[in-house]
Design a protein. Structure first.
Ligand code: G3P
Length: 230
């Protein structure tokens, strides 16, 4: 299973990219707004705000040189297609993120027919995932954490989508999204997700294990002791 970072924070992306484990990045409007708020950036107009969003997408793509999902904000199909084309033109690595809806499906089909990669997002059911695949989406993003939030089973949703895609030979890749903790990552890998998109904090905690820390301390202490005894 590949690992993407689910953030629009360029520092976080640079740091995790340097670890050599990053296969791509996903952003969404909430994540872009958070990154800009954290950076204390203010804008004089909506155009300037959107322009900054596209700059961030370009910067992320140039860092990771791998798929970067950027969400179209238009709500009507033709406008989504137009916005999707503009986003795709920012970099060869841009994947246009569209919400699953009638407009989203129509736009997905149009963009896919033009060769634009689409990540269909806000997927909460196997049928939505099937529709996204039929509309030519390169990726489909089931939101595990939000499914868990309403008392259903997000990992089970990923497993079901995997089975449907395998039985019917659909090559749309499954991105486990709305990942909230390291166990979601392990469970997504076991359930057959192609990719998990992981928040920075979750990825950092995947590195840690208390026994690794204790082991490293003990190795160093033994080494120091051996040096004293030379
Ligand atoms: O990958 C989708 C993600 O950004 C949404 O996560 O935690 O807001 O459900 P969350």
């Amino acid at each position: 299973m590949k690992l993407y970072l689910d953030t629009a924070n360029v520092q976080e992306i640079r740091e995790i990219h340097a670890l050599g484990v990053l296969d791509g990045v996903t952003t969404n409007p909430s994540l872009v707004a958070r990154a800009l708020r954290q950076a204390g950036e203010r804008f004089e107009s909506e155009n300037a705000f959107y322009e900054r969003f596209t700059e961030i997408v370009r910067e992320i793509a140039s860092i990771v040189q791998a798929p970067v999902s950027a969400e179209a904000l238009a709500s009507e199909a033709d406008a989504m297609v137009e916005e999707g084309r503009k986003l795709a033109a920012l970099s060869e690595h841009v994947v246009v993120k569209l919400p699953i809806s009638e407009a989203g499906l129509r736009a997905c089909r149009a963009l896919a027919d033009e060769g634009v990669a689409v990540n269909m997002t806000l997927v909460f059911s196997a049928n939505q995932a099937l529709l996204a695949a039929r509309a030519g989406a390169r990726y489909v993003s089931p939101f595990l954490g939000r499914v868990d939030d309403i008392g259903w089973d997000g990992v089970e949703l990923v497993r079901t989508i995997r089975e449907i895609f395998d039985v019917h030979d659909l090559d749309t890749e499954i991105i486990a999204a709305s990942v909230r903790h390291p166990q979601h990552v392990t469970a997504s890998a076991l359930a057959g997700a192609d990719i998990a998109t992981v928040p920075y904090g979750v990825l950092k905690s995947m590195i840690q294990h208390p026994l690794t820390k204790i082991g490293m301390e003990r190795f160093l202490a033994d080494w120091e002791k051996a040096k004293q005894e030379l």
